[in-house]
Design a protein around this ligand. Structure first.
Ligand code: BES
Ligand code: ZN
Ligand code: ZN
Length: 453
């Protein structure tokens, strides 16, 4: 059993979850037996978030769960593995995000190791609410699975296969340029990053939906392993780099959700994917690449490879003049220094889109924080022999200069949002088990639903 079976329509005799904040708990004590009062107190319960206690308020055992009076993603998010296996029902009406929190908390990555137990299950009778929660949990779980799968089982061809199977499931059109085909189509940057690896680089392209709908294009950085290339990473820096296709995983999960919920958009999903590896034919510092946009790029550091994958994909995305382009990428360590591992850095020229995304991030407990596309810093990307360098040699503003690099490849006619994110939970928190995480997925979906549905 996994997260998809953790939310069910009905059960024989579910145990009750009684949500209580500190003052409700005082009231509850007045209305219940001395035994239950003592029991709950002995378990350290005071009605605070994160606390649970077993009581015998009726013939059956019930569980008290502390909260702050408002159901959020976190409210039930640690219960699936904190409570014993079995089915539970909440004594109050809870909203979509609390249900999603249960499903996300029930996730476990069990491809290589049997889970030690099944998650507890939640009964949700309301079919509409249950199905929507499950669709969102499914999209996030797909993203997590792709990120958690090591590079040996998640190479560019695996990522392509994931997108292909989605195309089949939702009757979308599918195209993929592989290896030297990338050169035939002007994508010299994607080709250069991936050509040293056994599994050739590629640009995967899925298109779905009614052509009369507004076109939304999702782009995700799909570096299946980032060794750093010839400017090799340190052992510590390389250790987590199976997650460097996190942006692709998020874009794929989000695309699945958009299609499963039939959002009235014309969707395009572009996944540039490559392994940043080394061998005799690896690209080098000092090389000059030609890109889809026609701009030439001098390589300053082969570890700044994500922007090279994205620049060709963003140029291609711009050619069909979509209404909106959103890219997701584990692009810079600098973004992690700026906003840490739990917040996604967001770049866009549109104040109104930024404000809306920020609000959706807050209401969905999937926070994003805007950073500036500060144009004067573009000069840090000047090259003496090409149109621009791929990374600035100054140690400053690494996330901003990376975003400004991408900006050069996006048409000014198109709204564009860029996310520089971690795609990984460094520790377990409610609804967020340690490991791969589809950050910004729920925020962007919630925004798209408001903007287009
Ligand atoms: N994939 C990394 C960025 C990264 C590192 C994201 C750790 C999240 C956690 C990216 O390809 C990279 O190596 N960026 C370099 C760029 C530098 C060479 C200009 C970085 O951020 O150090
Ligand atoms: Zn890198
Ligand atoms: Zn990378």
């Amino acid at each position: 059993m996994n997260q998809s079976e953790s939310i069910i329509p009905n059960a024989e005799q579910p145990s009750q979850i009684i949500l209580l904040n500190p003052s409700d708990y005082e009231k509850w004590r007045g209305e219940n037996s001395d035994i239950d009062n003592e029991l709950s107190q002995n378990q350290g319960f005071a009605g605070k978030p994160g606390q649970t206690a077993w009581v015998k308020s009726s013939e059956k055992l019930s569980v008290l769960v502390g909260w702050d009076g408002e159901a959020t993603l976190e409210t039930l998010g640690n219960l699936p593995y904190k409570l014993p296996e079995g089915v539970y029902v909440v004594d109050k009406e809870i909203d979509l995000n609390a249900i999603i929190g249960w499903g996300l908390g029930a996730y476990s990555f069990d491809r290589y190791k049997k889970p030690s137990r099944a998650p507890a299950q939640l009964e949700i009778k309301n079919q509409q609410l249950r199905e929507k929660a499950l669709a969102i949990v499914d999209a996030v779980s797909l993203g997590r699975d792709l990120i958690n799968t090591p590079a040996s089982d998640m190479s560019p061809s695996h990522l392509e296969a994931e997108v292909f199977s989605l195309a089949e499931q939702f009757e979308a059109s599918f195209n993929c340029w592989i290896g030297d085909e990338l050169l035939d189509h002007g994508c010299g940057a994607i080709h250069a990053v991936g050509r040293a690896a056994d599994d050739p680089p590629r640009l995967v392209d899925l298109q779905w939906g009614d052509e009369s709908n507004p076109q939304v294009c999702l782009v995700g950085k799909g570096v299946t392993f980032d060794s750093g290339g010839l400017d090799l990473k340190s052992a510590a820096g390389m250790r987590q780099m199976k997650k460097d296709m996190g942006g692709a995983a998020i874009a794929i999960g989000l695309a699945k959700l958009i299609m499963s919920q039939n959002l009235p958009v014309q969707l395009r999903l572009l996944i540039p994917t490559a392994e940043n590896s080394i061998s005799g034919n690896a690209f080098r510092p000092g090389d000059v690449l030609s890109t889809r946009k026609g701009l030439t790029v001098e390589i300053d550091n082969t570890d700044a490879e994500g922007r090279l994958l994205l620049c060709d994909a963003l140029a291609l995305a711009s050619e069909s003049e979509p209404d909106l382009i959103i890219d997701f990428a584990t692009l810079t360590g600098a973004a992690r220094s700026a906003v840490g591992a739990e917040i996604s850095a967001m770049f866009t020229d549109s104040d109104s889109i930024a404000d809306k995304l920020f609000t959706h991030g807050e209401t969905n407990s999937d926070p994003v924080w805007r950073m500036p596309l500060h144009e004067p810093y573009s000069s840090m990307l000047d090259s003496k022999i090409a149109d621009l360098v791929n990374s600035s040699s100054s140690g400053y503003a690494g996330a901003i200069t990376a975003a400004l690099f991408l900006n050069r490849f996006v048409s000014n006619q198109t709204d564009w949002v860029h996310f520089d994110l971690m795609a990984y939970n460094t520790k377990t928190r409610p609804a967020r088990p340690e490991g791969g995480e589809a950050m910004a997925l729920r925020t962007v979906y919630s925004y798209l639903e408001e903007a287009y549905a």
